[in-house]
Ligand binder design. Structure first.
Ligand SMILES: Cc1ncc(COP(=O)(O)O)c(C=O)c1O
Length: 402
């Protein structure tokens, strides 16, 4: 067995035996390293296993060969059934306005974030200065990394939106519910300069937060990864008000990957159809509806987490206010995809502390705050999550024993 050293890179799951593989291999986890650094959303695997038949797609050898899908659409590589499925899903859930908007499909919302930066900074090309990209801290760590990796002349990382006071144009990324801390966000920049907004609504789905309104912003990003857990299909979509912005985003996807695999689009459209049909045929089907199942699962995990945190007395976690969900017709809390924990006094580096328990996490500094904060995925498999809860509950005792 390959053993991962506790100080190896937290971002690369190098030990295949330390947590369940996607093929369902289940090895005992006691004493293994468990990886809660990334938000790999395998939590819902058991639901989709039950729905395997209904969601199966058959693609023949001669199918889907062309680059092109629909030349009458701004996003010419998007299959019409993909576009229809996205609109239908938002209409069933009621979480976003799609009427009189343009949809751009991408290879995950990661690609569309880059596409949106390209499109929005392009309209500032008369300026010699790169436009500043800001987000309120704690912000999703990948924003800064995705901005900086390309060393663009068009845009640059500008840091925490809450303290941005330059009189220079900016792009503010608003992630709501927020990764990492699950809070609901609104734009916070108070500069007089011209600002553009990207709303990352990856977690604005009923299992994570009550659906209180139909989001209606200039550029909204969604990802199938966090909606249903099918991260491997690499499908995200943007809902865009301005056709010129949608055109530029489409151009970016064209330049970086000449579109999005039609196999993935076909699969995602099929799964969305299955979900929407189940809500529309409610009463005639026996299995639990998808968002009811996933919300129950998230609630159970958050209940367990709060008990474990109470027992460990090492961390604290925020309590979220209740709100009425227009989709589930009940009042409920937010159940974020990540736990954002703060260390009690005396422990300065939460990530290192968890490493001693062989738990890989992502420390606060990656999110623009101090090392006394840490982010852990709530979306791991049951086996990994349950082991995490055991280790967290016993944390104080275990560390003292070492
Ligand atoms: C807030 C947020 N936006 C975007 C993404 C990227 O999603 P995708 O898998 O579609 O690239 C993630 C993934 O964790 C995320 O948490």
């Amino acid at each position: 067995m390959v053993v991962v050293k506790a100080n190896s890179s937290p971002t690369v799951p190098t030990n295949k035996n330390s947590f369940p593989c996607s093929n369902g291999t289940t090895l005992p986890l006691t004493n293994s390293i468990i990886n809660l650094d990334q938000g790999d959303p395998v939590v819902l695997g058991s639901y989709w296993k039950k729905m395997s038949e209904e969601c199966t797609v058959v693609i023949k050898g001669s199918d889907l060969m062309s680059y092109i899908s629909d030349i009458s659409n701004v996003c010419w590589f998007m299959l019409p059934e993909m576009s229809d499925a996205i609109k239908r899903l938002h209409s069933v859930i009621g979480n976003a306005v799609t009427e009189e908007k343009h949809i751009v499909v991408g290879n995950g919302s990661t690609q569309l974030f880059q596409a949106a930066l390209f499109a929005l900074s392009h309209s500032h090309s008369h300026s010699s200065q790169p436009i500043n990209v800001v987000a309120s801290s704690p912000y999703y760590s990948e924003y800064q990394e995705e901005v900086e990796v390309v060393c663009s002349r068009m845009y640059q990382w500008g840091g925490d939106a809450a303290i941005y006071d330059k009189n220079e144009p900016y792009i503010e990324v608003v992630c709501s519910p927020n990764n990492p801390d699950g809070t609901l966000q609104i734009p916070v920049v108070r500069s007089e300069a011209e600002g553009k907004l990207i709303h990352d609504l990856a977690y604005y789905w009923p299992q994570y937060t009550p659906i209180t309104h139909q989001a209606d912003h200039d550029v909204m990003l969604f990802t199938f990864s966090k909606c249903t857990g099918h991260a491997g299909s690499r499908i995200g979509w943007a809902i865009v008000k301005d056709i010129e912005v949608a055109r530029k985003m489409t151009r970016f996807v064209q330049m970086s990957s000449i579109g999005v695999a039609k196999e993935s689009q076909t699969r995602v459209a099929k799964i969305i159809r299955v979900i929407c049909d189940s809500y529309q045929n409610y009463g005639s089907i026996e299995s639990e509806l998808f968002f009811e199942y996933s919300k129950r699962k998230m609630r159970e995990r958050w209940d367990k987490l709060r008990v474990a945190i109470g027992q460990s007395k090492i961390f604290t976690v925020a309590k979220f206010p209740k709100a009425y969900c227009n989709f589930t017709n009940e009042s409920s809390e937010t159940y974020p995809g990540f736990a954002w924990l703060k260390c009690e006094e005396g422990i300065e580096d939460a990530e290192s502390y968890l490493r001693k328990l062989k738990i890989l996490s992502r420390g606060g500094e990656r999110f623009g705050v101090g090392p006394n904060y840490v982010r852990l995925s709530m979306l791991a498999s049951d086996k990994v999550f349950n082991e995490f809860i055991v280790r967290l509950s016993n944390a104080k005792r275990d560390i003292v024993l070492k």
